[in-house]
Design a protein around this ligand. Structure first.
Ligand code: SAH
Length: 388
């Protein structure tokens, strides 16, 4: 077991099994051993590759969109261009380059990068040097001062920690954890599991007899989940993502602005779970080596849209990434780039375009699994990209 694994095992031994939310948080964000804290995970030599790393065309399309959103909002001075989880800074670099297209945009903004990883902050600073606008780094969205906010988030919400709940028929199902353990792990539970009735139990990470991590179920029954699917069904709830989205919508309604969110996920809230661990471009066991693989879940766009509407902000989409980029004119952009390119560069442009908008095996076609969704101040007009 690695150092983070020993630390998590000690927490479980002391407090009892932990929620998936806590496990994911520790794996990704532990200050010393967390996945994002210890490495640059991107690129062919890393663990995964993201759209802005595939081609500059992706960031250019998002940059044109956010510049137009700022113009449509009345070109406010003192606006802030925000990116959540900027990775190596490739997306922001492309956005700032095409930011010139919206007259006055670059003079009106300062940049806020929400990033917890010191390694990635350093890489972002290198990529964005020299920057046409001042840059501030923030550990949390809540640190950004009040102003009209123009926010980009690509593959950020999938990295926020989720919770799982399993529908059980009756009796202690599967391999429940010892009740005294689980009650400590879950202090605000809603009462003990009534033996004869069905209900939801949270899926927890505990220690199996051999000392390795294993999933099990809390001995508490969870109330307040209105669905009643067949026993054995599992649901995924990302309360952290919903709270953040709610806070973003509140700020946009109060001070103006827009958010453009791109991520892999599903349009309707459904039964099922999507936890995945990826290391060196392959799927691995999420419990095997904590902190050494990227842990994510798919984004529940419907749940995020509900959080936005509850705050009075406007939602457009989600539409597929392929449709969004096509409507913004990525094919024309590829054609322009092709004109001044060598034969080899032309092949690279074509294969990048196919990866970004194409439909097929989701591992090298992002066009359909990835979705785009916008959040806007209610007075803003409809923005391009979201016709279905
Ligand atoms: N948007 C980039 C990187 C996506 S990876 C791209 O498309 O290439 C996720 C990014 O979010 C990383 O930069 C990671 O360090 C950051 N991150 C993950 N969880 C975070 C959190 N809770 N708070 C702030 N940043 C976070």
């Amino acid at each position: 077991m690695n150092a983070l694994g020993r630390e998590i095992a000690a927490i479980i031994e002391q407090d009892g099994p932990i929620t998936l939310e806590r496990y994911m948080s520790l794996c990704l964000q532990h200050p010393k051993h967390g996945y994002y804290m210890t490495r640059d995970p991107f690129g062919a030599a890393g663990d995964f590759i993201t759209a802005p790393e595939i081609s500059q065309m992706f960031g250019e399309m998002l940059g044109v969109w956010i510049g137009e959103a700022w113009t449509a909002a009345g070109a406010p001075a003192g606006a802030r261009l925000v990116e959540l989880g900027p990775g190596r800074g490739a997306l922001m670099s492309d956005v700032l380059r095409v930011g010139r297209v919206a007259p006055g945009f670059l003079d009106a903004i300062s940049v806020d990068l929400v990033e917890t990883s010191p390694i990635l902050r350093e890489l972002q600073a290198q990529t964005l040097e020299p920057s046409p606008a001042p840059i501030n780094w923030r550990a949390d969205f809540g640190e950004i001062p009040r102003a009209p906010l123009f926010i980009l988030a690509n593959e950020f919400f999938d990295a926020l920690p989720a919770r799982h709940f399993v529908r059980v028929a009756h009796g202690p199902p599967f391999r429940p954890w010892h009740s005294s353990d689980a009650s400590i792990a879950h202090p605000e539970g809603s009462g003990f599991f009534p033996d004869a009735m069905g209900g939801w139990r949270e899926r927890l990470v505990g220690l199996a007899a051999g000392g390795q991590f294993a999933f099990g179920l809390a001995s508490y029954v969870e109330t307040g989940l209105p669905l009643a699917p067949p026993p054995g069904s599992i649901i995924e709830i990302n309360a952290v993502a919903q709270r953040l989205m709610s806070e973003i919508a509140r700020r946009i309604v109060a001070d103006g602005g827009a958010l453009l969110l791109v991520d892999y996920g599903y349009t309707q809230t459904t039964v099922g779970e999507s936890l995945q661990a990826v290391a060196r471009h392959a799927y691995v066991d999420p419990l095997a080596a904590p902190g050494e693989a990227d842990l994510t879940t798919h984004v529940d766009f419907a749940a995020l849209a509900r959080a936005v509407r509850a705050k009075g902000a406007k939602v457009q989409g989600p539409v597929t990434q392929g449709s969004f980029l096509a409507q913004l004119g990525i094919e024309r952009r590829a054609e322009t780039l092709r004109r001044n390119a060598t034969a080899q560069q032309r092949d690279a442009i074509d294969s990048a375009l196919e990866r970004l908008v194409g439909i097929g095996d989701a591992r090298d076609h992002m066009g359909e699994l990835f979705k785009a969704m916008a959040v806007m101040h209610p007075d803003m007009p409809d923005m391009p990209g979201f016709e279905s």
